[in-house]
Each structure stands twice: as C-alpha cells, then as structure tokens.
Design a protein around this ligand. Sequence first.
Ligand code: ADP
Ligand code: LRH
Length: 491
Amino acid sequence: AVTATCAAVDLGASSGRVILGRVGAGELSTTEVARFDNTPIRIARGAGRDRLHWNVLGLYRDILAGLRIASASAELHSIGIDSWAVDYGLLDADGELLGNPIHYRDSRTDGVLDQVRATLGAERIYATTGIQFMPINTLIQLVAARDTAALTAASSLLLIPDLLCYWLTGQRGAEVTNASTTQLLDVRRREWAWELVRAAGIDETLLPPLREPGERIGLVDGTARAELGGGELPVVAVGSHDTASAIVAVPTVTRRFGYVSCGTWSLVGLELDAPVVSEAGRTANFTNELGVDGTTRYLRNVMGLWLLQESLRTWADAGRPAELSGLLADAARAEPFRSIVDPDDPRFLAPGDMPARIAQACRETGQPVPETQAQLVRCVLESLALAYRRTLRQACALSGREVDVLHIVGGGSRNELLCRLTADACGIPVVAGPVEATALGNLLVQARAAGGSGVGDLTAMRALVAATQEVREYAPSGAASDFDAAARRLD
Ligand code: ADP
Ligand code: LRH
C-alpha cells in the first residue's frame, strides 16, 4: 500500500492556504501549514481611472513560505496548485510577467458582455463552449483588453494556477478544468475553440497547450528548488479550477446528489457524465464546466457569501466592525423573511457599499430596508437559500436528473444558519462539509498520480472523504411553503 504525502496550494478569492496531506488506504489526514489573506489592490492610473489587481507576487511569496514549511516537515511526493477561475497573467517573449493580473471584478468589462454576445452571437458561443455568460469570463476580459499595450506585447497567457506552476517549474501550459472557465474551450472536444478564439480577435499563439489533471508539469526548478530544500520535487496538475477540486471531494455515497461549493461564490448544480448544451440551458445561463475524470459540472454561479463578506468590509470601513459568529447568532434570532433580494442581480458584483445596494434592491421591490446588521445578514442568507433552491431545481429540470441530498462544501459549510435555511428551502437533507473540500480534492488527484492506494476513481476518492472527514447533517424542517411565499415577492 502506497501512502502519498503531498502539498496542496488552494487560493480562494478571500484567502489562500497551503495544506500538507497524507493519503493512503483508509487515510486522508491534513495539516494546514500556512494561511494568508488574498486582498485585491486598487491602483489609480491618473485622470480618475483605476484598476483592481490581484497581488500575485505577494501570493507567490506566501505560497513559497508555506511550501517551505511543508517540505521541511515531510518528504513530499508532489505539489499541486488550484485557484479561482477566469483570471490570467500575461508573459512577454522573455517569459516576464507583463503587469499585475487584473481582478475579474474590475470595471473594465462593463458593457463588454452585451457587445460580445451581439457581435459573436450568444448561440454560437454557447453551442461551442457550453459556458454561462458572465462579465468575469476570460473571453470577455480579453475583448475588453483588446489593443491595450499589455495584450499587444504579450506572447503567452497563463491562468493564475498555471502562472504559479510556471514560476515553480519553468513549464507553461493550461490545465483543462480551469481552461474551460475561459469560455474559449470547446466543451465536447476538450480543446481550445480556435475558431471562436480567432473570431474574438484573440491571438491564438497566446494560448498554451492544454494539460489534464494528474499530469506531471515538471520539477520545481531554479530559485524555488533551492528554497524548498534542493531535492527533486514534482509539480502535478490537479483540477486547478478550485471548484473542480472541491467537487472531487464531495463526500457523497450516491450519484443522486446536488452541491453548493460555498465560498466567496456559491457554485450550485450537479455533476454530469457529459455536457448538456441546450437552448433552454443557454437561456437559463447554465454552465458546463469541465471536471476531473471527464465529468461535467452543470451549474450556475450564485453571487454567494461575497454579499456577506463585502457587507462586513463596508461596516468595518465605516467604523462599525462586526464579528461573524456573533452576527450569525443575532441573524438566527432575527425576524424571518423580512426582506429578500435576488443575489444574482449584477449590481452586487463590483466591490463597494454592499448594505446600501441591498437596501436599494429592497426598496425597489417594496420590502422593508434592513435596519440592523442582523436583519441584513438574515436577508442575505435567506436570499442565498432561495437562490440555491431555484438553481438546484433548474439544474435538475434542465438535465432530467433528480437528487436526494444537497452537499454544501467550503467555508460556507460552517455557517449553520445558512445550512439550515438551505435544507428548509430545498426540502431535502443538507450534508455540510468538508470545509476544505478544495484542498482535499487537490490532494486526492495528486495522490492518485503518485500511485497512492484507495484513490482509483472519483467514487473511491469520495468514499475516502466520507469515511475520514467530519460532516454535519441538516434535515429539512418542512418550512418550504414560507420560502414559496418569499420567492413570489421577486416575481
Ligand atoms: P474562498 O475560497 O472563496 O476564499 P472559503 O471557502 O474560504 O472561500 O469560504 C469563505 C467564507 O466562509 C467566508 O465568506 C465566510 O462567510 C465563511 N466562513 C468561514 N468561516 C466561517 C465560520 N466560522 N462560520 C461561518 N461562516 C464561515
Ligand atoms: C470560485 C470560482 C468560481 C468562478 C469564480 C471566478 O472560487 O473559481 O468557480 O466562477 O471563482
């Protein structure tokens, strides 16, 4: 029996972590060796213009520091990196980074989505890529960046995890699960959609060759090798889209499951054996993201706990800081269904005063404006639970599937009120956890590549997660009719 010892780097939109894991027959144990904030930075460019960036060099420094701890405490079989989707860095012909990667919430894409749909044809783009239309998609970002100095000077484009792997190994490539989120990949052929790339005015030579999860990218090289102890250390491609890794580690014991990958975003949907690319799916804006082992994630992005995070940030900036656990306890006692919003309203996407935007949405639908922080949090969580229900039902109807259980994984699975409301809204049991599903999915794919025992396929991986990780079950209380009434307010 082979026990694999691997390091998972998992970067979320709100924080990053390096997790050391041991995976073997009946064993899946983890130690968090580093956790760091991932805080975007807004930079002025004169004339009232600005840009929202990721601090990718700072993240790389924090990752290396974590990997140093991991490699000093165990003999590592490999390292794997996953992160949020869609964003990229540009390299010049010498392999140097051209500027700080721009955050998908930056305003440069304002109005570009409609322009792309009209000029390239929404039906055609969806028929090829199967990807939901969102302004954050790489396709939209690249059209927004057309003719900019950086894009003109670029000779290759690397998605964030691929960029970090390049810095570790010197090898360039595009891991396919994350590449699918660009809206530039042919969902059926699992290849770049060259015709669409050309039609969008994107230089084809920017896009590197694709790689599959489980492939070895290369050995840690150069200064990183010296920093990590000087030994031979492989970097392995995992489901480098964080959501792809998260769904690997859903502790399901049935195929009839739905999921909410619940962090900054909530990704709500089903795992399918093959994409469903239909006109009804396009109209409902359902996406077919590529998963590990040829699976498809049929889902929609729900705006997620971003609404709560950005409200907390707004209050802290205004000198009214609130602490999450106390706030959730107050929200649990607050009046139910006082006001409900549609979390997917595009007005909530950009950073800024979230409570003010939520209040305005309540006013526009004739509902009371949240007056206390607890009322606002209650409004956000009930609105999310309703959005989960709507999205799950749509996913089932559009794919002809049924589910018996809803798994909530990620940081949001620690939010008991949200889990309870979701079970009530959906009328099926919710299984909450693991919190670090993404890092676990990352580790499991590395362990399989290392020849580890007991991780042969997704079913075996999930059985191992179910047998070793803590989860919590929430039974529906039968309050679904209250949610029906609340949902009608938004019709
Ligand atoms: P991301 O990967 O997008 O950075 P995470 O999966 O780390 O997101 O989840 C972050 C979210 O988890 C936070 O927005 C917060 O709402 C929620 N969360 C984290 N810890 C707790 C907790 N102790 N109780 C309730 N919610 C929590
Ligand atoms: C979640 C996530 C999601 C994407 C978004 C950009 O972290 O990767 O799947 O849509 O970030």
